[in-house]
Each structure stands twice: as C-alpha cells, then as structure tokens.
Design a binder for this molecule. Sequence first.
Ligand code: SAM
Length: 238
Amino acid sequence: MHNAPAAPFTLTPVGYVESDYPDKFGIPRQPGLAPAAEASLVLVAPYNDPLSVRGLDAFSHIWVSFIFHQSPERWTPLVRPPRLGGNQKVGVFASRSTHRPNRLGLSLVKLAGIDTRQGVRLKLEGCDLVSGTPVVDIKPYLPWAEARPDASAGFAPEAPGLLQVSFRQQALETLAARADSATLQALIIQVLGQDPRPAYKQDDESERVYGVRLRDVDVKFCAFKNDEATTLNVVAIE
Ligand code: SAM
C-alpha cells in the first residue's frame, strides 16, 4: 500500500541555459532537429564546482532535465500536439507537451565541450530550450541502454518533414556581413525547415510576414506555394 507523499518535493536549479533562442516561438519541437543551435549550460553555486562534472567530458551526449519555466503551471489531462495538426487530443502523459504537471522537460543534447576556467559551462549543440531555461539535473547518455531504434513512437513515428528555405538577396547580404554567417544561415535553414508557423496558419499562403528571433537577429519570412511544395522565404534579417 503506497500513500501519496504529504509534502511536495522542491527542486533547485543547478544551472541555466543560454541559447540561440531568445523566444519560445520557432524553437524546434525536439532536440537535434537544428544541430546548428548553440547553447551553454551555465552551472550555478554550489553545483558549479568543476568536481561535479569530472568525467563528463568522456560522454558525447547528455540528458538535460529542466523546467518549462515559460509555461503556465495549470495543466489539463488532454493536450493537442502540434504534430496532430493542433486538432486531435491525446493524454498529457502520451505527449511531450510543455503544459504538464511539474513542468518537467527532458532533452537529449550533444555535449560539445566543458569549460571550467570560471565555474562550469557546458557547451551544447542542438538543444530545444529557450534562453534562461532552469536546469535541474544532468546525466550522461548511455547508448547501449537508452537507444531503442526499433521502438514504436505513436503519433510521431518519424522526424517531421522539412520545408525548403530560400533567401532574398538583401537577407543574404546581411548574413554575409556577419562573422557567424555560416552557422547563422545553417540555423535559419534548420529552424525554418521545421515550419514554425502555427498549424492553423499553414494553409494561409498569403504574403503574411512572420518573425523568428535567433541569436541577436529577427528573421522575417513568408511562405509561398510552388508546384504544391511550400517554401519559406527569408525576406529580411534585422
Ligand atoms: N525535449 C523536451 C521534452 O520532451 O521535454 C522539450 C519538448 S517541447 C515539445 C519543445 C518546445 O518547448 C520548444 O519547441 C519550445 O517552444 C518550448 N520550450 C523550450 N524551452 C521552454 C521553456 N523554458 N519554457 C516553456 N517552453 C519551452
């Protein structure tokens, strides 16, 4: 017989994420979909002791447990995954929804390096977290125990399809003038390729201009349909 614990548990962030994503809008829905996305996980005292990450550099990937701090605390038993077009409902525990009890998130990300010169800073690639996300735990990924390529994956059986991305000349010129032009362009292509437009807008092919903030820029884009394929065209980088 198990009794429900009388008191809630308290979690304390061990660190915070600084990422290429200043806003939630546009962030791919799972890690690894935009490998060009760079981030740092900056540990805070007392967890920023270099001893606490000794040995971690031998692992290529880590699990990051975090709080969806920009989601409301309220949750409902049914959610509408964007993957199902935003119309069909599934149970919150059958989803990776950001609106969930305890607001706990879990992302598998590439560990690109560890800097212990001043505190501890983990360099991450491909994370799906907004800048400022509080992290509550870190664990090394064990492929022999945790990779299950033959697993069934319900309503999300494979990676989402990618849209074509094109750039107006003016946007290309803005990119070319930047020191990070190659990685920023790759990031824009990977992020827009996921089609960040809200599901209910995706049939609206009018010249509506959307904006996604990446690093320190606002990427303005619109959609056009050609031979049934939709392309997202970057019209300006501001
Ligand atoms: N991989 C994680 C998981 O399964 O727990 C996150 C999946 S969730 C569907 C990914 C989305 O969370 C992103 O597209 C982004 O919009 C949103 N997001 C990222 N960081 C967040 C935060 N700190 N608070 C609320 N939403 C966040």
